[in-house]
Every structure is written in C-alpha cells, then in structure tokens.
Design a binder for this molecule. Structure first.
Ligand code: TD4
Ligand code: CA
Ligand code: ZN
Length: 309
C-alpha cells in the first residue's frame, strides 16, 4: 500500500484494454466513497485534485485524507493534479508529494504548449513524478454540430505525435467531442472515434486520457429534479461510448460530474423525506454510499477494471 505513480497502472491498462478511473475529490466523504468502491472491485485508482478543490479544502487536508485512505484500505492510489494551469502549481504539487501532475497548456499555441509541458516534464521527472498534458480543446455544447469546428478544436493526430515526441510527456489528454459538466451535447451525443483511432495508431504506446467522461446518469438527474432540483436537459457521454473509447488507447477516464450528481441526488432526497433531520452524518453517509455504488458500477461495467489491481 502506497502513494504510487500512474506509470505502471496506465501501461498495464493500455496493454489490456481497460481504463483506470480518475475521480475528482473535494472532501472526506467523496474520498471514502470512491476508495470503498475501488477496494471492493479490486481496481487501480487515481484520485485527482483540481485548483478549485485545493482552494475549497486546502491542499494539506486533501493530501492527508488521501494518505489516510491508503492507510485505512491498504490500496495503492495515485494522487494527481487535474488541469494544472502553469508551471508553479505543478511544481507545488510535485513538492507536496503528488505522484502525477497535469499541465494543461491546451489554451496556448502549439509551440508554447510544447515548451510549457517540457518544462513541467523536466521538473516532475527529476522528482519521480509523471506528467499528463493536453492537446486540443474540449468541445463546448455548441461545437458538436459543425465539422469545421471539430478540426479547429479537436486534437490533430499528427500534432499529437509530434507533441509527445518533443515533450516526453507520459500521457496525453485529447479532445474528441467531450466537455466538462452536465451539459455536454445539445443534440445527439457524438465522439470522433475516427480521430481517436488515428491518434492511437500514431502513438500506440502513449496512454490517452478522456476528460469530460461523465455520463450524467439520468437516474441521478431525475432524482435531483424530483426532489426540488432544476437541472433540465442535462446530458453526458453514454457509457457504451466510454467503453468503446477504451478499446483505442483511452486508459484514464476522468469523472467528476457523476460524483457531484450522485451526492446531490441523495442529499436532496434525504432532505425532502426527512425534514426533521439536521445531523450531517444522516445525509452525508447515504451520499457517500451513493458514490460508492456509482463508482463500483463504472469500474465494473464501463471501465472494465475490476480485479485489475
Ligand atoms: O478534469 N475533469 C474534472 C474537472 C473538475 C473541475 O473542478 P473545479 O470545479 O474545481 O474547477 C474532468 O474531465 C471531469 O469531467 P466530467 O465529465 O465529470 O465533468
Ligand atoms: Ca484544457
Ligand atoms: Zn478535465
């Protein structure tokens, strides 16, 4: 049991056509809910922290909570910085003991993204930490209709190959039609699988990362709306599409929105059904269990990662 890098996890996942779930964590109940599922499914696990999570919970709490989870469960867990926006935050996380960092230079021009990513790779590798980078832009809800918008924003396969070669990055986040949040598509869900296959063909040994991979499970959206919520028209990536992507080099799958929805649905339900309750353990406990069940389902039925630890 230890804090481990994602290196071996992703190499193994890539060669065996399954994916490691990378779940965003913001508090104790979320962490406990996720690790219980990974333990029960005997699955590899990445816990990831955004800048927003660091701001909300403070880095020291998140790191200690993850260390506590390792001690309590005996699992190997990778602790990853999600969407690091500059060298400084990546350096800070490397210095703090993270085992993996993402430098998200996707908003910069290609050459600048390369230079920034290289700088992070040099520092991180010198400290035994692995690096994920990003090329291409996650689609906005509007972008899934127009083909020309696709080639402007989605990851270019040739560029992906050149980028990996020049930066020495360990894994690459790609843009093929997903986006963050609960409103991913206006019409029918669409992922550019041809593009994904082309990228995977050119860089077959590079683990690919799919951001924005929540399905926005209708079960939870409906519960939220039934119990006083107002999130109409929410739509994510169908689970079959995630499983399909896993066949073509995607071996890290990022999930945050589905955690948020599971937790919120359960809490909304509890408040309406138990208006006299005011002990946070009474609603955070079931919310934690809802997370465990949802994550176990993903590991087993979507990521194909049960018993891959
Ligand atoms: O990288 N992520 C998670 C993004 C989390 C953003 O956190 P802040 O609100 O703190 O900025 C994903 O790719 C998850 O995608 P999803 O489909 O779950 O939204
Ligand atoms: Ca980005
Ligand atoms: Zn992301």
């Amino acid at each position: 049991m230890a804090l481990v890098t994602t290196k071996d996890m992703l190499t193994k996942a890539l060669s065996q056509d399954y994916a490691v779930g990378a779940f965003n964590v913001n508090n104790m109940e979320i962490i406990q809910g996720i690790v219980d599922a990974a333990g029960a499914e005997n699955a590899p696990l990445i816990l990831q922290v955004s800048a927003g999570a660091r701001k909300y919970a403070k880095p020291a709490y998140l790191i200690k909570l993850v260390e506590a989870a390792i001690e309590d469960t005996g699992l190997d867990i990778a602790l990853h910085l999600d969407h690091g926006e500059d060298f400084d935050i990546c350096k800070k996380c490397v210095d703090d003991g993270f085992t993996s960092v993402m430098i998200d230079g996707s908003k910069h021009p290609f050459e600048e993204n390369i230079a920034l990513t290289k700088q992070v790779v040099e520092y991180a590798h010198a400290h035994g930490v692995v690096v994920e980078a990003e090329l291409g832009k996650l689609a906005g809800v509007e972008d899934n209709i127009k083909v020309d918008a696709r080639s402007a924003t989605f990851t270019d396969p040739q560029e992906a190959a050149e980028f990996v070669e020049k930066t020495g990055v360990d894994s690459l986040a790609i843009a093929i039609g997903t986006s963050h949040g609960a409103y991913k598509f206006k019409g029918d869900p669409y992922l550019d699988f041809d593009r994904l296959r082309e990228i995977h063909k050119l860089i077959p040994n590079t683990p690919l990362v799919l951001h924005g991979a929540s399905t926005v499970l209708p079960e939870f959206v409906n519960l939220c709306n039934k119990y006083g919520g107002d999130i109409p028209g929410a739509q994510g990536v169908p689970e079959e599409m995630i499983s399909e992507a896993v066949k073509y080099g995607v071996c890290k799958v990022n999930i945050d929105t589905d955690l948020r929805l599971a937790m919120t649905a359960e809490i909304r339900k509890h408040f309406i059904e138990n208006p006299a309750d005011f002990d946070p353990r009474k609603y955070l406990g079931p919310a934690r269990t809802a997370i465990t069940n949802m994550v176990a389902h993903k590991i087993k039925n979507v990521l194909n990662a049960s018993n891959k630890r």
